[in-house]
Design a protein around this ligand. Structure first.
Ligand code: AMP
Length: 299
């Protein structure tokens, strides 16, 4: 099995209390693919500009990511710059430059249209819909978004949500999209917009899995070093969807284990800037954190 992702590929400039990185490898599809590639084959759909270093694409190829859906257009790559205050729980966006995303209209290959598992990573909801429209008969469609799109394209985002089974969203964005401050009420409103499962990300406080009649909650993996939280949400989704897409089965037990694998991949992501830590992760380290999660949450 494999998972198809559409999302941003970016050059990020990020400042945290631990340092600054300029034009580092980033993007929602990039973090997702890096994390998911430990579990399954990833098919990536996206666009970069002529300034995007080829070594970043080589990294994805080395992780066996199918980059045949990655387009290179003349112009500049998408750029995001942001920063974090001391608690590092929420990013402040300083600048978003869409650049080549302005004119990108994805056209999927015949093989990609047969995808069973689809992840619509954080990107313009018009593009998310353009991709899902082309997939013949997906088994699971999941979507992530952020305040930028909730505020600028709410109608398009709501249309996309009607096509989605699993929504990944962080706490503040859930409140913004549902226009409701109480988290549990907000999730109920989101569940009425289309998805049957909502995965609520709460940064250092962990993640919750909501379905109409069920709730599951895990803490974040306890870490001594958190250098840069950028990409944690996408790495979470990568671990989650990578694990889920190994089998055409969405049992409650599998979804719970997926939340744990998501949390583990997010924990690696935040230990260093960009995908630097992710590049060094081994399957044995993933299994070791899985074992520790079991210990931590059993009583
Ligand atoms: P996360 O920290 O998991 O929410 O995602 C961080 C990544 O999202 C960064 O690498 C950015 O390049 C990317 N990003 C930030 N803003 C946007 C946006 N408006 N659309 C698409 N991707 C974005």
């Amino acid at each position: 099995m494999s998972v198809l992702v559409v999302g941003s590929m970016a050059l990020d400039t990020v400042r945290t209390p631990y340092g600054t990185i300029r034009d580092g490898l980033g993007g929602s599809a990039t973090y997702f693919s890096g994390a998911a590639s430990f579990f399954t084959r990833v098919q990536m759909v996206g666009v970069v500009g002529s300034d995007f270093p080829e070594e970043h694409v080589d990294f994805l190829r080395a992780r066996r990511v199918d980059v045949s859906g990655l387009h290179r257009l003349p112009g500049k790559t998408f750029r995001w710059s942001g920063g974090y205050a001391d608690d590092m729980n929420e990013a402040t966006t300083l600048k978003t430059e869409l650049n080549v995303f302005h004119d990108f209209r994805p056209e999927l290959s015949a093989a990609h249209r047969r995808a069973g598992f689809v992840f619509l990573a954080n990107i313009d909801p018009d593009l998310q819909r353009a991709v899902v429209d082309q997939i013949h008969n997906p088994f699971v469609v999941a979507l992530d978004t952020m305040n930028y799109w909730i505020e600028s394209k709410p109608a398009s985002l709501k249309r996309a949500l009607k096509r989605v089974h699993i929504l990944f969203i962080n706490e503040g964005e859930a409140r913004l999209l549902a226009r409701e401050n109480n988290l549990f009420k907000a999730v109920r409103i989101l569940l009425s917009m289309g998805p049957s499962t909502v995965v609520l990300k709460r940064a250092a406080y962990g993640a919750l899995l909501f379905q109409r009649d069920g709730l599951f909650w895990v803490p974040a993996y306890p870490l001594q070093t958190v250098r840069d939280p950028t990409g944690a949400g996408d790495s979470f989704a990568g671990g989650f969807m990578g694990y889920v897409s190994r089998r055409r089965e969405l049992s409650p037990g599998r979804l719970r284990r997926a939340v744990v694998y998501g949390s583990i991949m997010a924990s690696f992501c935040v230990e260093d800037f960009s995908l630097n830590r992710m590049k060094k992760v081994t399957p044995a380290e993933i299994q070791e954190r899985y074992r520790r999660f079991r210990e931590l949450t059993r009583f």
